[in-house]
Design a protein around this ligand. Structure first.
Ligand SMILES: C[S@@+](CC[C@H](N)C(=O)[O-])C[C@H]1O[C@@H](n2cnc3c(N)ncnc32)[C@H](O)[C@@H]1O
Length: 359
C-alpha cells in the first residue's frame, strides 16, 4: 500500500507516466497481471499490458477468459524486436532447470535458457524495470553459481538488480510459499523490499462449504493420515495436512506451497479432502472474480504454477514507488557486456520442450 502521508504520485515531478505499459512473460493465468493492476490502482496509476506469452494452451484459455486476450505462445519463437515497447517486464520464468527435484543441470539444460529469452528482450527493449520470480532453490542451485550468473547477466545488460526470498505467508495468504524475486532498474533507484507483516487470512475464510464428493479422499487414505497424526498436535481450527516424501504428515492452519505436479493427495484439508479449484486460487490470493475456465486438473496445475498475488503486488508496488522517486547515485559501477543475443538463434533443442513440474 502507498503509505498515508507520502507524496502523491507525480507530485515531485517524477518522470513516471500515469499509464504504465508492461509485458507479462510466462504469464500462466495472470498472477503478475492481477498484481500489477492492483499495485497500480492504489497508486492512481494505470497498468496497460501490451504483450503476454505462455506456451500452455490451457493457461492461454484461462488467461483469455479473464483478460479478454489470448497470450502469444512459445516465447523462444518471438523476436525481441516484435515485442512492443514497455516500461516494466514481469515474469515468473519456469523453474524446471533449477529445481531441486529436477536434474540439476541449470544452464546446461536447454530449458534453463528461458531466462535468456528474458535477457534478450531486456537487451532489445530496455524497459525501466523488471520483476522476475522463481523457486527459492534458485538461490542455492549449483552452489549459488546459477544465480550469480543470472545477476551478472542482468548487470551486464545495464540493470541495477537485487534479489530476495519472500514468503507469501507474510503477505496475507494462508500459504507458506517461499519464492525468490529479482528486481532490476535501468537507472539506480532507492528500492526497498516490502516488509510483509500482513495478517494472514484464516483458512476458515478460504474454505468452501458443502464440498462435493469428488474432492474427498478415500476412506483408506483418510484413515492412514489419521494414524500418522494420532500422537501429534491436534487443532480446533481447520488445517491443511501435508505428507512429505518420507511419509511424515504435518498439519498447519495454513497450506504448504501449492505445486503444479504434486500427487492428488499431497495436501488434504483436515486430512480429508483435496482443495477445490476456488480454494486453491484463494490460497494464491486470486479474487473470486477470477473465472475458472478449465477442468480440475488443468486449474490445479495452473494454481500450483502461479504466484501468490498479494506478495507480487507488494513487490511490484515497491518497484513503482522506487520508480516514482528520482534516480540515485549507483551503489556500484556496472560493467556492461555485449551479449550476443541480437541474432536470437532458435535451435531445435530450444523448441517443443516438454516441461517437468515445478517443486
Ligand atoms: C512458473 S509458471 C508462471 C505462472 C505465472 N506467473 C502465473 O501467475 O500463473 C511458468 C509458465 O511458463 C510457461 N512456459 C514454459 N515454457 C514457455 C515458453 N517457451 N514460452 C512461453 N511460456 C512458457 C509455462 O506454461 C508456465 O505457465
Amino acid at each position: 500500500m502507498v503509505s498515508e502521508g507520502s507524496a502523491p504520485y507525480h507530485a515531485n515531478g517524477s518522470a513516471l507516466p500515469k499509464k504504465l505499459k508492461f509485458i507479462d512473460l510466462f504469464c500462466g493465468i495472470g498472477g503478475f497481471r492481477f498484481a500489477m493492476n492492483a499495485a497500480c490502482k492504489v497508486r492512481g496509476l494505470e497498468g496497460q499490458c501490451v504483450f503476454s506469452s505462455d506456451i500452455d494452451v490451457d493457461a492461454q484459455t484461462a488467461y483469455e477468459a479473464n483478460f479478454g486476450e489470448r497470450p502469444t505462445g512459445d516465447i523462444t519463437k518471438v523476436l525481441a524486436s516484435a515485442v512492443p515497447d514497455h516500461d516494466l517486464l514481469l515474469g515468473g520464468f519456469p523453474c524446471q532447470a533449477f529445481s531441486i527435484i529436477g536434474d540439476r543441470k541449470g544452464f546446461e539444460d536447454a530449458r534453463g535458457t528461458l531466462f535468456f529469452d528474458i535477457a534478450r528482450i531486456l537487451q532489445t527493449k530496455t524497459p525501466r524495470a523488471f520483476v522476475l520470480e522463481n523457486v527459492k532453490q534458485l538461490r542455492s542451485h549449483n552452489q549459488g553459481k546459477t544465480l550469480e550468473r543470472i545477476m551478472e547477466t542482468l548487470e551486464g545488460l545495464g540493470y541495477h538488480a537485487d534479489y530476495r526470498v519472500l514468503n507469501a505467508l507474510n503477505f496475507g495468504v494462508p500459504q507458506k510459499r517461499e519464492r525468490i524475486f529479482i528486481v532490476g532498474f535501468r537507472e539506480p533507484r532507492a528500492f526497498s523490499w516490502p516488509a510483509g507483516g500482513i495478517p494472514m487470512r484464516p483458512l476458515s475464510a478460504i474454505l468452501e462449504k458443502n464440498v462435493p464428493d469428488q474432492y474427498w479422499a478415500s476412506a483408506r487414505i483418510r484413515q492412514n493420515r489419521l494414524i500418522k497424526r494420532a500422537d501429534k498436535q491436534q487443532f480446533r481450527e481447520p488445517t491443511v495436512w501435508h505428507e512429505n516424501k518420507g511419509g511424515n504428515v504435518s498439519a498447519y492452519p495454513y497450506s504448504c506451497a501449492l505445486r503444479a505436479g504434486a500427487s492428488y493427495n499431497y495436501l488434504l484439508v483436515n486430512g480429508e479432502r483435496r482443495m477445490t479449484e476456488r480454494e486453491m486460487l484463494r490460497i494464491q490470493g486470486f479474487p473470486d472474480s477470477f473465472k475458472i475456465a478449465c477442468d480440475y486438473s488443468a486449474t490445479r496445475k495452473q494454481a500450483g504454477n502461479s504466484v501468490a498475488v498479494p506478495c507480487v503486488t507488494a513487490v511490484v508496488g515497491a518497484v513503482l514507488d522506487a520508480l516514482n522517486k528520482p534516480a540515485v547515485p549507483p551503489s556500484k559501477k556496472l560493467v556492461q557486456v555485449d551479449f550476443a543475443f541480437a541474432g536470437e538463434p532458435l535451435t531445435a533443442s530450444r523448441m517443443n520442450r516438454s516441461l517437468a513440474p515445478c517443486p
